[in-house]
Design a protein around this ligand. Sequence first.
Ligand SMILES: NC(=O)c1ccc[n+]([C@@H]2O[C@H](COP(=O)([O-])OP(=O)(O)OC[C@H]3O[C@@H](n4cnc5c(N)ncnc54)[C@H](O)[C@@H]3O)[C@@H](O)[C@H]2O)c1
Ligand SMILES: CC(C)CCC[C@@H](C)[C@H]1CC[C@H]2C3=C(CC[C@]12C)[C@@]1(C)CC[C@H](O)[C@@H](C(=O)O)[C@@H]1CC3
Length: 345
Amino acid sequence: MATRLRPSSKRCAVIGGSGFLGRHLVERLMDRGYTVNVFDIRQAYELPGVTFHQGDLCDRQALLLALKEVSVVFHCASPAPASDDRALFQRVNIDGTRTVIQACHEAGVQKLILTSSASVVFEGTDIKNGREDLPYAKKPIDYYTETKIQQEKLVLEACSKDQGFLTVAIRPHGIFGPRDPQLVPILVDTARRGKMKFIIGDGSNLVDFTFVENVVHGHILAAEHLKADSPLCGQAYHITNDEPVRFWDFMSQILEGLGYSAPRYHLPYTLVYGIALLLWLMAVLLRPLIQIKPTFTPMRVALAGTHHYYSCARAKKDMGYQPLVPLREAIVRTVESYPHLRKGA
Ligand SMILES: NC(=O)c1ccc[n+]([C@@H]2O[C@H](COP(=O)([O-])OP(=O)(O)OC[C@H]3O[C@@H](n4cnc5c(N)ncnc54)[C@H](O)[C@@H]3O)[C@@H](O)[C@H]2O)c1
Ligand SMILES: CC(C)CCC[C@@H](C)[C@H]1CC[C@H]2C3=C(CC[C@]12C)[C@@]1(C)CC[C@H](O)[C@@H](C(=O)O)[C@@H]1CC3
């Protein structure tokens, strides 16, 4: 009879491990002596000691191969937030997460750490020092957020001390850092097209941006503190740099660091939001004829023109979280990591 090996507590799988956050997480886990399986729909790199399993997380059989003898699973896969493919979000973030939970049960996984998002409580209006007990957004601002809410609920509800299956959700906000395919590249592209001249609103709104290494640190702390007798079971935790910054100061520091001019002229928030809404509606109506991808989507305008920063008090108390890299250093390291995006490069 085949004997089933007891999963080692240092054997883990990273679903979405080819992505921006996932790869940073994999690298740090390796440094800390974990054995890592990556499961992703694409293989983006090779790393000695890391086993890649290419597949769709909606495919339970494919997942089961990657979860063999694994005790900890990090789930940080998602379609790109900018996509407007509702069916894809439903399939991957909701149905796929159900499949991940089912596969974890079948494989005897003990802990599941989900990368959620602080945006699950964001409805496009100000949030100042928001805590985790804020209600989920009743009117989520896009399909991404709508399905991240359902995904987080599924994972937290699956937590069962009786079954020996413990879950926790990490809610980062505005992740940035080397290799990020979103924030800096979109910002630079917008600047290169001459569209980063305007500040939306009066420019005083405070926002959290979180350096990727701090997000990774929060995930590993959560995995290591998640025990049957710990307060982490079935809970969500904000993980940010804990240094709210003016949205437009942050953008300006990145732009100027890369040699571009910072935005200077102010436009009223409601005007820009109205235009973004109109453009989005036009894009939806014209979709059968042409594909329009507006830069200033209602979501981006809301993120750029409102206060939204979150308290990390719960993570500090329950898992001893403190950001490892301060914002100033994080910005310098990020700017240095994009020589190809410098003005004139
Ligand atoms: N980037 C941010 O600012 C931010 C902030 C808060 C939360 N998050 C969350 O963090 C996680 C990671 O985000 P990221 O910025 O690294 O994104 P990313 O796009 O770089 O990585 C996501 C990975 O998931 C993989 N993936 C997508 N669909 C899949 C499928 N069906 N099966 C298997 N793999 C699949 C992709 O191939 C990709 O490698 C996501 O869950 C996202 O919602 C991101
Ligand atoms: C065109 C300009 C007005 C803005 C250009 C920069 C934007 C591309 C980024 C600024 C804030 C970013 C952000 C996200 C995507 C990129 C930005 C809009 C998220 C929506 C990505 C998904 C995460 O879950 C969100 C989160 O809760 O952290 C991000 C919020 C910030």
